[in-house]
Design a protein around this ligand. Structure first.
Ligand code: HAM
Length: 429
């Protein structure tokens, strides 16, 4: 018996009835991001595995546990290929930065405002809102000397405006600062100091994180770790004065934009590249996977990947989580067909066939059924396709070189000469 194949775990089929919603989301995002001055960039779906390890951090959960690496099949062609190992992209930032460096975008414009919309891949344990193939709308604003509290506030406000425009109006924004790279290292040392006597209270994962990724202990979901973390008195003693002023100014600008936020000193983000401003947007309707988007500044990443000293900030929103969180608020009509052509007898199918081509080439959508089914069944098909009009070709019409044109909204019917069909089609537009 033939094997039945099923969907890979953690992936989804986006079926035709869902496509209008996806197109609406992508179109709205493109429009809004253009208003904010962003231009689209498309990078490959796979990159060298090391690019992700070097950017997101060797010890980050994504790199440690979730990379989907590619194993090329053995062939002389592949043996000749370079020995690089590739992985499906788990996020967009690393690829955009790689492309920014490789294409010398710093020489072309002072601030590159780039956005992307597309699939990302993480080998996570699938659950509601957590997939192995998911989609992000992401932005990256990259340019030498462009770090400014205004830009940070604008990027955060843009992410909130996008979400609101996509029907997610009740999302909560949390912000924090990690300060400079040196501040962050100091923060890690202070945390290790505060936690060293409490290691036995922490979960096994956090005990491992203590040495290699101590910041992650701050957002562990295990109740015992949460309790231990809540007892820590975090008061930004590791932050230098300049970074503190930067963050304070950014918060004032954000308030001036009427963006409501909560300051959360425990917000550290799971990816290594962040410095200074970080933020996360959550929606309580999403359950345990409640982050609908997140981002932050990453002023050191470009140099770490071999590029010049360039400042950068960005964010990414998860499209599947937006769809869950908007809870049916976005109502997108199913597309309708302009004209369904009906051949009343099998011998007129060839006329219907020619007519649908002619309609399409005149700019209206058209379809016909080539099965020779009854008039009733073809009308049913026209209704199912949401057709605005039907054109009927029967014995009388063919003899008179005409077509019967029926308006499906009001039921009006008239005869139209086939000699004037192009003009008629223009009128129906
Ligand atoms: P992230 O927090 O890893 O950040 O992901 C951003 C968003 O992608 C999440 O808030 C969530 O909505 C969605 N997401 C992540 N993983 C999954 C998953 N397994 N299933 C469904 N949705 C998911 C980044 O990716 C950074 N690159 C953001 C950024 C851009 N920072 C600076 N620039």
């Amino acid at each position: 018996m033939a094997k039945n194949f099923s969907l890979p775990r953690g992936a989804t089929d986006i079926l035709p009835q869902d496509i209008p919603l996806w197109i609406h989301i992508e179109k709205t995002a493109r429009q809004i991001l253009n208003l904010y001055g962003y231009q689209e960039i498309r990078t490959p779906l796979f990159e060298e595995t090391e690019l992700f390890a070097r950017s997101m951090g060797q010890t980050s959960d994504v790199v440690q546990k979730q990379m989907l690496t590619l194993q090329p099949s053995k062939s002389p062609e592949n043996e000749k290929a370079e020995s690089a190992h590739y992985a499906l992209r788990p996020e967009g930032t690393a690829s955009v930065v790689r492309s920014y460096i490789e294409n010398h975008l710093d020489k072309k414009e002072s601030l590159s405002k780039l956005f992307y919309i597309g699939p990302m891949f993480r080998g996570e344990r699938p659950q509601k809102g957590r997939l192995r193939q998911f989609h992000q709308i992401g932005v990256e604003a990259i340019g030498p000397g462009t770090a400014s509290p205004y830009l940070d506030a604008e990027v955060i406000a843009c992410s909130m405006y996008l979400l609101k425009s996509l029907g997610v109006s009740g999302a909560q924004l949390k912000i924090n600062t990690l300060g400079t790279y040196a501040n962050k290292e100091e923060f890690k040392n202070i945390l290790r100091g505060k936690l060293s006597g409490k290691l036995s209270e922490l979960c096994w994962d956090c005990q491992n994180r203590f040495e290699r990724n101590v910041l992650r202990i701050l957002d562990c979901k295990v109740p015992a770790c949460k309790m231990a973390v809540q007892k820590l008195k975090l008061n930004y003693e590791w932050l230098d004065a300049e970074s503190k002023t930067y963050f304070d100014t950014m918060k004032k600008i954000l308030s001036g934009l009427n963006v409501i936020y909560k300051e959360d000193p425990y917000l550290v983000r799971g990816l290594d590249y962040y410095t200074h401003t970080v933020f996360e947007i959550s929606d309580s309707s999403l359950g345990s996977q409640d982050a609908v988007g997140a981002g932050g500044r990453y002023n050191n990443l470009i140099t770490e990947l071999g590029g010049p000293q360039v400042d950068a900030i960005g964010f990414a929103l998860g499209i599947e989580r937006i769809i869950l969180a908007q809870q049916g608020k976005i109502q997108v009509p199913q597309p309708s067909l302009d004209i369904f052509v009906i051949a009343m007898e099998e011998k007129f199918i060839k006329n219907a066939f020619a007519l649908v081509q002619q309609i399409r080439h005149n700019g209206l959508s058209a379809d016909a059924s080539y099965e020779g089914s009854s008039m009733k069944s073809q009308m049913r098909q026209a209704n199912k396709r949401n057709a605005r009009y039907v054109m009927i070709l029967g014995e009388d019409e063919i003899k008179a070189n005409e077509v019967a044109l029926k308006n499906m909204q009001n039921g009006d019917q008239e005869k139209v000469s086939l000699n004037l069909i192009n003009e008629t089609i223009q009128k129906l537009k």
